[in-house]
Design a protein around this ligand. Structure first.
Ligand SMILES: *Cc1c(COP(=O)(O)O)cnc(C)c1O
Length: 433
């Protein structure tokens, strides 16, 4: 094996025991080709792979690491919590503190429950929405990801009257027969769907700013109509803010839309990623009337051995304390905008069509396209060009998400030097096209 990289050796070992060599599919580099980097350690805005090569990290664990890696206040909180025990299966004060903090920062949430992953939170939200409304149907949008629960792994069927088809083997068609999949930002389809099925719909679940089809915003008129139709038909509007919560703004994407739509609130919110600061922690919450339908108060069952884990809540609380410091999101948003405008200028200097957008510490960009409005358009952007871009950046020590349909993340520890180095590397790539 002399001369082989440690990443390759580890990948070969991993592939023998772990399907595809990874514990979550997109890590496998299948979309972009090549060998995944095995991370040895991370600090601030950087991580080092198994060969000791350093990368500027624009994934940040797919969003949670908003402070960067190894923030001293967070490390300290986690170390202290660890010494008091890893898990009790009984309630703790820290769970109450974290709930109080989230409810204070996200006004639409009156009550919440802590769980361990975004998938769990979204899945439980669907059950609760169905239990609370006594209805079975749910509406989602193509390209929005809500974790891997059966009812949510669905693509659009052939027409509106027909419901979705599973996107994964192992999901029986009967399980997704109540899931309606619509095109994001398509007002006419939205109207038609509610007219046909609104009275049987438990909830409309959406990523308000979608980060699982690169970066696509719901337009303000579209969002306004989602809210109005849910209210009119008695369906719950569920914001999946697992990615956007405490990432795009302190109050999440809902606070961004409330600026254009005064008084705007979803009925329920799903949170994850940043609220755990890198530990397995997620939550779902909403109005008191709906949340009180959950066991042990109400008839909707939901539970978890590790829910509200004491080490995870310590990590989440310490993270949420840091993001509340004055100016945190102003600086983060400015740095992210500098990155996106730098990339845009570099592309335009080289005559390369390019578009990009950001909100808070979340961004996306598209090679050779204007900003797309829906999943279909995202998938027409240039995949092979993205893959060449990805590998050129990787060689230059810059780690973007290894697929064109993923958003990127800037942390508070990304320096202006990190951003400048990233833009320089991109400029070299664009000018060589
Ligand atoms: C990441 C993500 C999830 C799933 O969360 P996991 O913790 O990976 O289960 C759900 N919804 C959105 C919007 C996400 O970005």
């Amino acid at each position: 094996m002399y001369g082989t990289s440690r990443n390759e050796i580890l990948f070969d070992r991993a592939k023998k025991l772990i399907p595809g060599g990874v514990n979550s599919p997109v890590r496998a580099f299948k979309a972009v080709g090549g060998t995944p980097r095995f991370v040895q350690r991370a600090n601030g805005s950087h991580f080092w792979d198994a060969d000791g090569k350093r990368y500027i990290d624009y994934i940040g664990s797919w969003g949670p690491m908003i402070l960067g890696h190894g923030h001293p206040a967070v490390v300290d909180a986690v170390q202290k919590a660890m010494l008091d025990g890893f898990s009790y299966g009984a309630p703790t004060e820290r769970e109450v503190e974290l709930a109080e903090e989230i409810v204070r920062l996200v006004p639409s949430i009156e009550m919440l429950r802590l769980v361990s992953s975004g998938t769990e939170a979204a899945m439980s939200t669907i059950r609760l929405a169905r239990g609370a409304t006594g209805r079975s149907k749910i509406i989602k949008f193509e390209g929005c990801y809500h974790g891997h629960a059966d009812a949510l792994l669905v693509k659009a069927g052939s027409g509106l009257a027909t419901f979705g088809n599973p996107t994964s083997a192992g999901v029986p068609p009967e399980v997704v027969q109540h899931t309606l999949v619509l095109e994001y930002n398509n007002l006419a389809q939205l109207e038609e769907a509610f007219e046909l099925h609104g009275r049987e719909t438990a909830c409309l679940m959406m990523e308000p700013i979608a980060g699982n089809m690169n970066f696509v915003r719901a337009s303000v008129p579209f969002m306004k109509r989602c809210r109005e139709l849910c209210t009119q038909y008695g369906a719950l509007l569920v914001f999946d803010e697992v990615m956007t919560g405490f990432r795009v703004a302190l109050g999440g994407a809902q606070s961004v839309y409330a600026k254009s739509l005064p008084g705007f609130k979803p009925d329920m919110t799903v949170l994850g990623k940043v609220i755990g600061g890198g530990m397995p922690l997620a939550a779902f919450g909403g109005t008191r009337a709906v949340m009180e339908q959950l066991a042990p108060l109400g008839p909707v069952y939901q539970a978890g051995t590790l829910s509200g884990n004491p080490v995870a809540t310590a990590c989440g609380l310490a993270t949420l304390r840091e993001v509340q410091k004055p100016g945190f999101y102003d600086v983060l948003a400015e740095r992210t905008r500098t990155l996106v405008s730098g990339l845009t200028t570099a592309a335009s200097n080289a005559g390369v069509p390019f578009s990009g957008d950001s909100e808070g510490g979340m961004f996306g960009f598209f090679l050779f396209n204007d900003l797309p409005q829906n999943y279909g358009t995202v998938m027409t952007t240039d995949g092979p060009a993205f893959n060449r871009f990805f590998h050129a950046m990787l060689d230059a020590g810059i780690y973007y998400a290894p697929a064109l349909y993923e958003a990127g993340f800037v942390s508070a520890s990304h320096s202006t030097e990190d951003i400048a180095a990233t833009v320089d590397a991109a400029a070299r790539f664009f000018s060589g096209l």
